[in-house]
Design a protein around this ligand. Structure first.
Ligand SMILES: [Fe+2]
Ligand SMILES: [Fe+2]
Length: 249
């Protein structure tokens, strides 16, 4: 399924979702198109690639994809990379921490000269007339982790941060009701309140109209974005509340 998140004459943003079998974690995939260039963020697992390919082809020829950006190393983010490396000439963009893990996904000849290793401080990618910002989001949850901010659509693609599981709606309307789908995951998978607070401080400096995670519904509008940031900065990770874990069984 394709959902248009933003469209004007030259700049378009799409979310693709709903391709998985019931035993797989449901994921969101994203395409940003500016002019003649496209960027694919979080291409997803290997069983959805032909479905995603045809959905993308309905928007733009997949050969127009200049960049494939992975937030981090998880299989639900990039297990399909071999397919996309064969099907496009896109550069593969990910944390320098994970660059040497990429040859485990696909053959060395496919990777040669195509990987952009992102330093911890992040970077900006030129996409036709726009500029896409790769935001540091380390330890949320992966130790080398990048989100995407699109200054044209004012969308922050937040990877696993903000993810929820089991909600059957597309947009969060009632934030406190939504917490039951989101909070247990964040308490367990986000290990550091220092990382979360630092991230919230960074995001508050941006003009964000929408936060769109890799799993589950999105947070639309300034009020809902603020609800999310206020909740996040007060979150207590399970790890910090359970020093007793590290005992011999
Ligand atoms: Fe993950
Ligand atoms: Fe994920």
């Amino acid at each position: 399924m394709k959902i248009a998140l933003f469209e004007n004459e030259t700049h378009k943003v799409y979310k693709f979702t709903g391709f998985e079998d019931s035993d797989e974690v449901e994921t969101n995939q994203f395409l940003i198109v500016d002019g003649d260039d496209a960027l694919l963020y979080e291409p997803g697992g290997s069983r959805i690639n032909s479905l995603l390919f045809s959905e993308i082809a309905s928007v733009v020829p997949p050969q127009k994809i200049r960049y494939i950006v992975l937030s981090h190393q998880d299989p639900d983010v990039g297990a399909s990379l071999n397919f996309w490396a064969v099907s496009t000439e896109a550069k593969i963009v990910l944390s320098e921490l994970w660059a040497r893990f990429i040859p485990h996904f696909l053959s060395k000849s496919l990777v040669a000269g195509r990987v952009i290793e992102v330093k911890d401080s992040g970077m900006r990618l030129k996409l036709s007339n726009s500029e896409i910002v790769l935001l540091p989001a380390h330890f949320l949850h992966s130790e080398g982790n990048f989100q995407i901010y699109d200054p044209v659509s004012l969308i922050l693609f937040s990877g696993d941060f903000g993810a929820s599981f089991g909600a059957d709606y597309e947009v969060v309307e009632n934030f406190s009701e939504h917490l039951k789908f989101m909070e247990p995951f964040h308490k367990r998978y986000m290990p550091s309140s220092f990382a979360i607070k630092s991230w919230v401080n960074m995001v508050r400096q941006l003009d964000v109209n929408q936060i769109v995670p890799q799993h589950g519904p999105r947070y639309v509008g300034k009020d809902m974005v603020n609800n999310f940031l206020n909740w996040a900065e007060n979150l207590k990770p399970t790890l910090e509340e359970n020093p007793d874990w590290y005992k011999l069984p």
